[in-house]
Design a protein around this ligand. Structure first.
Ligand SMILES: C[S@@+](CC[C@H](N)C(=O)[O-])C[C@H]1O[C@@H](n2cnc3c(N)ncnc32)[C@H](O)[C@@H]1O
Length: 381
């Protein structure tokens, strides 16, 4: 990362946000000398005392980086921002800053959905760059593919040239796939590297689309097929709190009640209707009160099994608490053929090659783009 942040002039202004003991500023000084103007921002004063000892000539600011509005702009910004969704302690890792979330949102142009604190760091850092400045951050890979980062991708694309280095699970003990992001402000285009130097994809123009490991073969598949999302409306299952609150749902089995199904009941080509993993049972004939489409036999696709497509046909119209539900947009779709195709090795390879482990789950947008062959599956044939 320090190598990607080579100083463009003799004396640069260099910033490390959320610097803790400022490891990046230290490495930068070792590589390029101690004549640059170094600034670190850190919210926790205890972490700053180490930083001050190591770099006595640098300026350290105690404060919240996301609310920090300096007068000057920086030639180089580098570091490892915090990661995590901001929310309450029972569900989300970043709860100390929960009270500030609405302020962060107000200050951000790209915040969308649950977002993630690292997205807000990327946007704010980009705003603090000089017109030809460079940002180098190591962050989770999820922004390449998730819809919540659509605005951030478009913003970055408009600001400069993006180079993205995919490193996979580079941090021992942390189950997160990461990338190094380098933004050269004022330039254009996109380059995706697999590791530190293998160029996997290059675009002279980039407007914020999902960043995927595209190959000619997979793009050809997409050109020749019909996207799944064109043939099916892809809906989410009813959420847990809604299921639990429903008057026809109970916590033990009873006559006429069936298990509320979860991802664990779903297998490629078949559904285990007997085991209750949710701990909830529901009056079978009232399942459609949760979602109207539960009342009609339909295809179910896993959301929770990583970058794998697992599909089965729910012929018995059970209630569900998880997964995607495929509702045909027109008559004549051959559900059996679609199921077999989605479970095929070809589709697994398509999904795993394009998206690897960028996100922990298969997303609706990924599923909607899976191309179905024109023969067999589609009513258009
Ligand atoms: C180097 S960063 C993140 C490292 C790693 N990516 C993670 O998520 O655990 C950790 C440092 O960020 C600081 N920090 C967290 N939120 C901050 C904020 N809003 N402004 C400034 N510093 C912050 C913490 O106090 C901590 O010292």
């Amino acid at each position: 990362m320090v190598g990607l942040a080579r100083p463009p002039r003799l004396r640069c202004r260099v910033l490390e946000p959320a610097c803790a003991n400022a490891p990046f500023l230290q490495a930068f000084t070792e590589a390029y000398g101690n004549h640059h103007k170094l600034v670190g921002v850190e919210i926790d004063p205890q972490r700053l005392s180490d930083a001050r000892k190591c770099l006595p000539r640098a300026t350290f600011i105690e404060g919240d980086f996301l609310l920090w509005q300096p007068e000057t702009r920086f030639d180089i910004i580098l570091g490892n921002p915090p990661y995590g969704i901001i929310g309450d302690a029972s569900h989300y890792p970043i709860h100390a800053l929960r009270a500030r979330k609405s302020l962060y949102r107000q200050n951000s142009r790209t915040w969308r959905g649950k977002f993630n604190i690292y997205g807000a760091f990327i946007e704010h850092a980009t705003r603090l760059l000089a017109p030809d400045g460079v940002l180098v951050f190591v962050v989770p890979a999820s922004w390449l593919a998730l819809d919540d980062f659509k605005l951030l991708r478009a913003y970055l694309a408009a600001q400069g040239r993006l180079s993205v280095y995919y490193l996979g699970k580079a941090f021992p003990k942390r189950n997160v796939s990461v990338v190094v992001l380098r933004l050269q402000k004022g330039a254009q285009g996109l380059a995706l590297y697999d590791g530190t130097d293998h160029l996997a994809l290059e675009r002279a123009a980039y407007a914020g689309e999902m960043i995927r490991f595209e190959t000619d073969e997979l793009l050809q598949m997409e050109r020749q097929g019909v996207p799944l999302g064109e043939l099916f409306d892809i809906r989410f299952a009813a959420r847990s709190p809604e299921v639990r609150r429903h008057p026809a749902v109970r916590r033990e089995p009873a006559d006429g009640y069936v298990p509320v199904l979860t991802g664990r009941n779903l297998h490629a080509g078949w559904i285990d209707y007997d085991t209750c993993y949710s701990g909830l049972w529901m009056a079978h004939e009232r399942a459609a009160e949760l979602r109207a489409f539960y009342g009609t036999p339909h295809l179910v696709v896993a959301h929770t099994k990583g970058a794998r497509v697992v599909c089965a046909y729910d012929a018995r119209c059970y209630p569900w608490r998880e997964e995607f539900h495929l509702i045909p947009r027109a008559e004549g779709v051959n559900a059996e053929a679609v199921m077999a195709y989605l479970n095929s090795p070809l589709v697994q390879r398509y999904v795993q090659t394009l998206y690897r482990d960028l996100t922990p789950h298969l997303t609706r947008a990924m599923l909607a783009r899976v191309p179905l062959p024109l023969s067999g599956c589609s009513p258009r044939t």
